[in-house]
Design a protein around this ligand. Structure first.
Ligand SMILES: Cc1cc2nc3c(=O)[nH]c(=O)nc-3n(C[C@H](O)[C@H](O)[C@H](O)COP(=O)(O)OP(=O)(O)OC[C@H]3O[C@@H](n4cnc5c(N)ncnc54)[C@H](O)[C@@H]3O)c2cc1C
Length: 518
């Protein structure tokens, strides 16, 4: 996999000044989506990517984090620093946000997007094209009946079934050729954006990005407009590092850059034991082929119930266990074994083999519930700059991931509802295996690699880093793309929404470029 027209920053003459109309920093799902929107237009685009075409440990070291407290996963290796970004190993699990995720809700502080679901819906439909996800249909009845599956016999006003679609598009591999062929787009690999340069201290326009390469050279990329699309941790880091003309960092007028760091919370919490071996569960247990993609059912609380209980959004995946394996897992949850170990056991084929063997000796089968819960916005959950430096002598990001009591309360409430419905419907029994002590939950939840929230959107500059068009407040031409924009994240895996919001941003930029020409 080589591309004829890509440039290599390590070979660019030091202190060169390059000029384009649009400079996009970061070639992951967000950056590549925006660049593709400009394919074969008269806008000259530069796409800067920190890495090369494959994983290199020396480059990924640039993503290392100085952590305070615990990390929501192995952050360094979680985020991939090469062309295509983290989509080089993502799970392809997609679902849109729900309409009420966009609303301001009194019981969730800092909730509310600057626009509603209907504004994003056409972009979700286009994002389905980018991700090859087929029709924009998440109706459990339609998909279940096409596959011949039934859903749980629960009262849908209390516990609902949701659908996820799966397609593991590797953005670099899928879209590299067309970016290479486009005459108006220049991809520059090994380009590490290291500072965003304003014209001067009084100005509100960005003039260039200072780029460093691991070979030690540096150069400048100038443009009319800039988009930062480096992922939620690096977006915040780059704004904070850009302190030459704005001492606290660009966009950090209200001290908000890096705050509201959110992850989805993974937490195995109990298991369902059906009264009889039940085929209904098949729909929930794994991905099923559906045309060219995969689909799978999950359990979630419907929006009306969430509103009534005033809790955060909750979804649960169901995984195969056995009586004995579930007790092993439950025991692990109760002991000091980390939630990561528990998840590793479940995804490990040898572990599953053991489970299968146990199964024949120890009926009935038990099904483990793994929660995928919204983290509510918390200003103290935060990315800042460390005093430690990376191999390019830049300050490392420091992460302090903090959960809040409402996050735990939501899980407890959801477990009780599911347990109640399992029993009431005559389906079986559910055993809840989570402690209600704050430490039990908050210490053992893990994050699945969905970093979000660190440059939140809000039209009010006192409450947001960017406005509803993703433009950084108090700048005229600097934009952010990716999940760092999300004011609130619901339970939906973020990448479909990242692609949809990136398409919306590209539309806005196209309009601005058209206006320049009038
Ligand atoms: C193991 C794993 C599984 C996942 N599974 C799913 C899933 O099933 N569903 C889902 O929705 N999400 C999933 N995710 C999350 C998903 O991968 C991310 O939401 C998505 O990749 C984010 O896209 P992005 O473009 O914002 O960032 P990235 O894909 O991380 O891309 C950012 C790019 O910016 C580059 N970059 C960073 N800093 C700089 C800089 N200073 N200068 C130049 N370039 C820079 C990086 O090298 C990278 O290429 C998963 C994540 C992990 C870790």
């Amino acid at each position: 996999m080589e591309y004829k027209n890509f440039l290599d920053a390590r070979e660019i003459e030091p202190e060169t000044k390059l000029g384009f109309d649009l400079c996009i920093v970061g070639a992951g799902a967000a950056g590549i989506t925006i660049a593709r929107e400009f394919l074969n237009t008269n806008v000259r685009v530069c796409l800067l990517e920190s890495g090369g075409l494959r994983f290199e440990a020396a480059v990924n070291k640039l993503s290392e984090i100085d952590d305070v407290g615990r990390l929501p996963g192995e952050e360094g290796s979680n985020r991939l620093r090469y062309f295509g970004g983290t989509t080089n190993h993502w799970g392809g699990h997609c679902a849109p946000l729900e309409p009420d995720d966009f609303e301001k809700q009194d019981w969730i502080a800092y909730s509310g997007w600057p626009y509603d679901y209907n504004e994003l819906r056409p972009h979700y439909i286009r994002a389905h094209g980018v991700l090859g996800l087929g029709e924009f249909d998440y109706t459990p009845e339609n998909i279940g009946s096409a596959l011949g599956f039934e859903t749980f016999p629960f009262d849908r006003k209390i516990v609902a079934t949701t659908i996820s679609r799966y397609n593991r598009v590797r953005f670099g591999i899928r879209y590299g050729d067309e970016l290479d062929r486009a005459k108006n787009i220049k991809v520059i690999l090994y380009s590490d954006a290291s500072e965003i340069m304003m014209a001067d201290s009084a100005a509100n326009n960005v003039v260039s990005v200072l780029v460093k390469s691991i070979a030690g050279n540096q150069f400048y990329v100038g443009a009319k407009r800039f988009v930062i699309a480096c992922g939620a941790i690096e977006n915040a880091r780059l704004l904070l590092m850009s302190s030459h003309h704005r001492p606290s960092g660009i966009g950090n007028h209200g001290g908000l850059v890096g705050r509201f760091f959110q992850e989805h919370l993974w937490y195995p919490s109990g298991y369902i034991v059906p009264n009889t071996e039940n085929p209904i569960l098949k729909f929930y247990l794994r991905e099923w082929p559906y045309g060219d993609i995969g689909v799978r059912a999950h359990l979630a609380l419907p929006s009306e119930k969430v509103r009534e209980l005033q809790i955060a959004k909750f979804r649960a995946e169901i995984a195969l266990g056995s009586g004995s394996s579930s007790f092993r897992l439950a025991k692990a949850i109760k002991s000091d074994v980390s939630v990561r170990d528990v998840l590793a056991l479940m995804s490990d084929p040898v572990g599953l083999g053991t489970v299968a063997r146990c199964k024949s000796n120890t009926p009935p089968t038990a099904y483990l519930l793994i929660n995928h819960v919204e983290q509510t916005p918390n200003p103290d959950s935060r990315v800042t700059l460390s005093v430690k430096r990376d191999p390019l002598n830049r300050l490392q990001p420091q992460l302090k991931w903090k959960l809040s009591p409402p996050d735990q309360e939501s899980v407890i409430a959801a477990q009780r509802l599911i347990a109640h419905e399992v029993g009431r419907s005559g389906f079986g029994r559910m055993r809840i295996e989570m402690g209600e002590g704050a430490n039990d939950f908050l210490d053992k939840a893990a994050g699945p690699g969905h970093q979000m929230g660190t440059t939140r959107m809000d039209d009010d500059p006192a409450r947001g880093v960017t406005d509803g068009n993703a433009r950084v407040h108090y700048t005229s031409n600097l934009y952010i793309a990716g999940s760092s924009l999300f004011p609130r994240c619901g339970w939906s895996n973020p990448t479909l929404t990242i692609v949809a919001t990136s398409i919306r941003l590209a539309d806005h930029l196209k309009m601005r470029f058209r206006a320049d020409r009038k």
